[in-house]
Design a protein around this ligand. Structure first.
Ligand code: ZN
Length: 407
């Protein structure tokens, strides 16, 4: 009897603990994503940002979606004051004066802001906005916007030479390097990590007042870059407000697959930057999996991509050496998770066989499928493998695959 009572008490304590856990959901901070116009795929980027913030476990997220480009903006009145952090995913028509004033007052009074990618293209003629974002690009920006800012010999350089504000070379993978590794946003993360294929924003210019560079990357001329170390992650203070600015995370209009927003490095720094902007501290643990200096990494908690495998297949089909091999990693993960699901495995076998047969898939794609995916193959692959064995450039790999199925 004594024992049973003890167990009951333990269970009661346990359920109170669980209740407390579920109550803590109520105390999550609130974030607002502002979007609706952008020269990027804002319909997807804003949903990705919402997912990123929610999966941090510390934010609830609302969306504020503006009228479309060229429509009447007078009704787009946004009250920022209830939010701990405002995430800007907007570049387009001017906000009404009331919304502009609300925003400046919100930051002035201690509100947090995350400036995401092309949000730094917005509002070139709004001085307060440019002070809040620190640096901007495009929109006719030039030396009147403020200096170029970059890193040279370990120092932040402000360069007032005349010229355009904003450029980038061809998208590619690049190494992000910490400039201030002890800042709460970066503390505990590797000091150098490979970012997934993205635009490397360069030649940004702006007031850069009360701005601190957290991380940068070398914009290699071989990809059409400036040959400078360009700032990528920044913080700005404006009044009592804190701003985290990330230029990473391009989401193209035509793309169905966004490697840049799916980069674990982009996601984790955005989550930590949002928390820092909201509170001045970062309580989120450093994740166990993070890109290394030589290998980019897809954030493992994205959901939407799994509902549609088509873009993954398209990426595999076009794979060339030196490009991100994320699509194969996703496909490998899907296979591993669904080995017992007959229908899904049939679908994946069809995909592999079609890619191996297709004239439109690259040699490199076929090479990877032969060497890394033939362990799931069976006799239904036999004719395809035999045919590829006659291809001089794939015969070794095809022979290897044939041996794996015992032929
Ligand atoms: Zn972009």
């Amino acid at each position: 009897m004594q024992k049973r009572i003890t167990i009951t008490v333990i269970l009661a304590i346990f359920s109170i603990a669980i209740m407390n856990l579920s109550c803590s959901r109520e105390t999550r901070m609130s974030a607002l994503v502002v979007t609706g116009q952008n020269n990027h795929h804002w319909q997807r980027s804003s949903v990705a940002l919402k997912q990123i913030l929610e999966k941090s476990g510390i934010f609830t997220v609302d969306m504020s979606i503006s009228p479309a480009t060229g429509q009447d903006m007078s009704g787009f009145i946004v009250d920022f004051s209830p939010y701990d952090v405002v995430v800007l995913d907007y570049t387009g028509d001017d906000w009404p004066e009331e919304t502009r004033n609300n925003f400046v007052n919100y930051v002035q009074n201690g509100g947090g802001v995350v400036v995401y990618h092309a949000a730094n293209n917005a509002f070139p003629d709004w001085p307060e906005y440019n002070e809040i974002i620190g640096l901007g690009g495009w929109g006719g920006r030039n030396e009147n916007a403020g200096p170029y800012v970059y890193i040279q010999d370990g120092e932040v350089v402000e360069d007032n030479s005349p010229g355009r504000g904003g450029s980038h070379g061809r998208p590619h993978e690049f190494v992000v390097e910490a400039f201030n590794p002890s800042h709460p946003v970066l503390e505990g993360l590797p000091e150098r990590w490979m970012h997934t294929e993205d635009e490397l924003y360069s030649e940004l210019r702006g007031p850069a007042k009360n701005m601190e560079v957290l991380a940068y990357a070398y914009a290699d001329e071989k990809f059409g870059g400036t040959g400078r170390n360009e700032p990528l992650l920044m913080t700005i203070t404006y009044g009592n407000g804190r701003v985290f600015h990330t230029v990473l995370g391009h989401a193209g209009i035509g793309d169905r697959f966004f490697p840049a927003m799916e980069s674990a490095g982009f996601v984790v720094t955005a989550q930590r930057g949002a928390e820092w902007a909201a509170t001045g501290k970062v309580t989120q643990a450093v994740p166990a999996s993070f890109p290394t200096e030589t290998q980019s990494l897809r954030w493992e908690f994205y959901e939407d991509i799994y509902s549609d495998i088509t873009p993954v297949v398209e990426r595999m089909k076009k794979y060339e050496t030196g490009k991100s091999n994320d699509s194969f990693n996703i496909f490998r993960k899907l296979i591993a998770e669904n080995l017992d699901d007959r229908n899904k495995m049939d679908e994946y076998h069809n995909i592999i066989r079609d890619l191996l047969k297709s004239r439109n898939s690259t040699l490199e794609c076929k090479r990877i499928l032969l060497t890394e995916f033939s362990w799931i193959a069976d006799d239904s692959y036999l004719d395809i493998y035999k045919k590829l064995k006659n291809n001089r450039r794939l015969s070794d790999e095809a022979q290897y695959a044939l041996e794996l199925i015992g032929k």
